[in-house]
Ligand binder design. Structure first.
Ligand code: NAD
Ligand code: MG
Length: 387
């Protein structure tokens, strides 16, 4: 029996993870669940999975939850960052699924590593912001980081039975998002509802916008560099709208291995939970004979400059990836609130990265300071952009 903590339990990844757990109650127990403010859903999850502790974003949420649960099964209820960290380090948990969204996921993910927990990592922002620190601490603590991003899970699977030093190339696939074929002059007309409507994956709001701007792939390039210790030049992004090939690796003998499957995050979650074994989770195989074809194209980096930002952030290193991530988080939030247009996301990220004085080999405090600086700068620029 493996005991789990799910950080971000009410989100797209969190709820898929609990579906996986629900299919195998003999294999998993839930010790802690956390969320920001979706208290109703959390209460339903508490009823089903009976965790020992839960943590929510603020005191009001914690009070509301306690009232809702009065007279029923009630776990210990904590709130705020200290609550998330307590969940990440819960003594009885074997593994932590880090599925919070954004930079808020960094501190709990690091806390889980420090406590020696196996880390199933969906929160890619953690590796983008502080990849060197996270990977070094995981090595030091002997903690496995199991990627819960479909591409990185695919790469991880392709590397099983192979040696990292034989790896020459990573082919990172991208759906291309909903605006893959939209002409650039129409980008300014894109609404949040259109951008949230992803053609192949069903995901949370922030990552859906990131997929539409290809910033998700930019973050994933940096994530792959950190996880698999490759250079950015070894990664080739391919637009693969069918989302069946989750990624591929090329070895030095010219051989290429790919991992395929339906676009459903339950696969990557189940793989991380059961690694090195596999579990039945009732997923269908792709219907290959019914497919019209699998296509792979080079991304258009003029219409979608995000991949260029990632290359720059990787080559420069230091605090620049954290700045790219923070600027993007604020820009996406402003776009979702209709304060800025879709192309303004690119403008903001480019401008803030250009204005940043990068610090080499930063400590965690330097990264957090760079993150804060970029957010403040983004808010300032947004005020001047919006009317
Ligand atoms: P989501 O928005 O659906 O869910 C996010 C979860 O985090 C929710 O439980 C929410 O309550 C919680 N949360 C939000 N802000 C918080 C904060 N400030 N403090 C604490 N908790 C907070 O997001 P998602 O789509 O499930 O994505 C989660 C993470 O997984 C992201 O980093 C994303 O990039 C990554 N990821 C998601 C997918 C996917 O298919 N959804 C695929 C790969 C990677
Ligand atoms: Mg992905």
């Amino acid at each position: 029996m493996k005991s789990l903590t799910i950080l971000g339990a009410t989100g797209s990844i969190g709820t898929s993870a609990l579906r996986v757990v629900g299919m195998h109650p003999d294999k998993f127990s839930i010790k802690c669940l956390t969320c920001a403010s979706n208290i109703d859903l959390l209460a339903a999850q508490i009823k089903q999975f009976k965790p020992a502790m839960v943590a929510v974003l603020d005191e009001q949420g914690a009070d509301r939850l306690a009232k809702m649960l009065s007279g029923r099964f009630c776990p210990e209820i904590l709130w705020g960052e200290s609550g998330f960290i307590a969940a990440a380090q819960w003594a009885d948990s074997d593994m932590v699924l880090a599925a919070m969204v954004g930079a808020a996921g960094l501190a709990p993910a690091l806390a889980a590593i420090d406590a020696g927990k196996q880390l199933a990592l969906a929160n890619k922002e953690t590796l983008v912001m502080a990849g060197d620190i996270v990977m070094a601490r995981a090595r030091e603590k002997g903690v496995d980081i199991l990627p819960v991003d479909s591409e990185h899970c695919a790469i991880f699977q392709c590397l099983q039975g192979n040696r990292n030093r034989d790896l020459k190339k990573i082919f990172l696939t991208a759906s291309g998002g909903p605006f893959r074929n939209l002409s650039h002059d129409r980008f300014k007309l894109i609404t949040p509802a259109q951008a949230l409507d992803h053609p192949t994956w069903n995901m949370g709001a922030k990552i859906s916008i990131d997929s539409a701007t290809l910033m998700n792939k930019a973050l994933e390039v940096i994530e792959a560099v950190r996880l698999f210790d490759v250079s950015v030049e070894q990664i080739q992004v391919l637009i693969h709208p069918q989302s069946i090939v989750h990624s591929m690796v090329g070895f030095k003998d010219g051989g290429v291995m790919a991992q395929l499957g339906e676009p459903d995050m339950m696969h990557a979650i189940a793989y991380a939970f059961s690694y090195p074994e596999r579990m039945d989770i009732n997923l269908n195989f792709p219907d290959f004979s019914a497919m019209e074809g699998l296509t792979f194209d080079a991304p258009d980096t003029n219409r979608f400059p995000s991949l260029g930002f990632a290359c720059e952030a990787c080559r420069r290193g230091g605090t620049l990836p954290a700045v790219m991530n923070a600027a993007n988080e604020i820009a996406v939030d402003a776009f979702l609130k209709e304060r800025i247009g879709f192309p303004d996301i690119f403008t903001l990220v480019r401008e803030i990265m250009g204005a940043h004085t990068c610090i080499d080999n930063p400590e965690l405090s330097g990264i957090i300071e760079a993150d804060r600086w970029a957010r403040e700068k983004a808010q300032f620029l947004i005020q001047n952009l919006s009317v």
